[in-house]
Design a protein around this ligand. Structure first.
Ligand code: PMP
Length: 285
């Protein structure tokens, strides 16, 4: 696989980052994941805009190659022959010559930029989209700026493992009695045809797929309500689903041990997945 590090395309075995990199030492970095369908980038503008916002919120400089990011994404897709898959991008505050809590001098320490591809044939046709997924509920003990897409993914990783251990696929995190989001996706329930999902704030990541799916839902005259919901409300819902760049829309068929409806993906989730795939393919770049 050919990867990209700070201006260079390299074989993955030759790509290196300093041990003093603040991404490695302090999780002082942000990332984006963009899907590729038909060899093209899905929702690229949204991911680029959120990357810029994450950098601004953390007072981190843009990487020197920021304006070339579309070309870099396209070149990696081309070099690796990706038809369906993902591109992972990470920017860290870079590698000063030592470890220090204070941010380094931005004149001398430039951000580190890394990108690599993940080939996922069959991404749009994944089995989980047909069967649906099962989620457990766990406490949300993450920090208070979940709107910034940082690489601090330890707790979400632990959540995924708790789900696996319970024989499920993912976890929905709960704070003050209400669902915030999934470990790596935004969470929704459907009741009486109405789509309910938590409103945007610092409590959740502002999903790029969420924005697109809600826009398509409204365009299709579906009712959308942005408010918090509880696990109990989810367990009594007609259906539920999650969205993310890497999964698009996945139906949820079980919430913390309770089967929703007849335990098969609901019509709203299936329809939204279809619309999202159609529309985002059309606007792919
Ligand atoms: N919430 C969290 C915590 C996530 O990690 C992700 C995916 N990175 C999402 C939501 C979904 O965001 P997006 O649709 O932009 O992938």
């Amino acid at each position: 696989r050919t990867v990209y590090v700070n201006g260079e395309y390299l074989p993955e075995t030759e790509a290196t980052v300093s041990i003093f990199d603040r991404g490695f030492l302090m999780a002082d970095g942000v990332y984006e994941v963009t899907s590729v369908l038909d060899g093209k980038l899905i929702d690229f503008d949204g991911h680029l805009a959120r990357l810029e916002r994450s950098l601004t919120e953390l007072d981190m400089d843009k990487p020197d190659q920021f304006d070339e990011l579309l070309e870099i994404h396209r070149e990696l897709v081309r070099l690796n022959g990706i038809e369906e898959g993902m591109i992972y991008l990470q920017v860290t505050r870079g590698a000063p010559g030592d470890r220090d809590f204070a941010f380094p001098d931005a004149e001398t320490t430039r951000p580190t930029l890394v990108l690599f591809t993940q080939n996922k044939p069959g991404l749009a046709d994944s089995p989980a989209a047909k069967t649906g997924i099962k989620v457990i509920a766990i406490d949300d003990i993450r920090w208070g700026r979940r709107d910034i897409k940082t690489v601090q993914l330890l707790y979400p990783s632990m959540g995924k493992m708790m789900a696996k251990k319970a024989g499920c696929d993912d976890a929905w995190m709960v704070e003050d009695g209400f669902v915030t989001e999934g470990t790596s996706n935004n969470a929704y329930i459907v009741k009486g045809g109405r789509i309910i999902t938590r409103q945007l704030s610092n409590d959740i990541l502002h999903g790029i797929t969420r924005a697109a799916v809600l826009r398509f839902a409204r365009e299709a005259q579906m009712e959308v309500e942005e408010r918090p919901f509880t696990i109990e409300e989810a367990q009594e819902a007609d259906e539920a689903f999650v969205t993310s760049a890497s999964t698009f829309v996945f139906p949820v068929i079980e919430v913390d041990g309770v089967t929703l409806g007849d335990g098969t993906p609901g019509p709203v989730a299936r329809r939204l997945r279809e619309i999202y795939l159609d529309e985002s393919r059309k606007s792919a770049v």
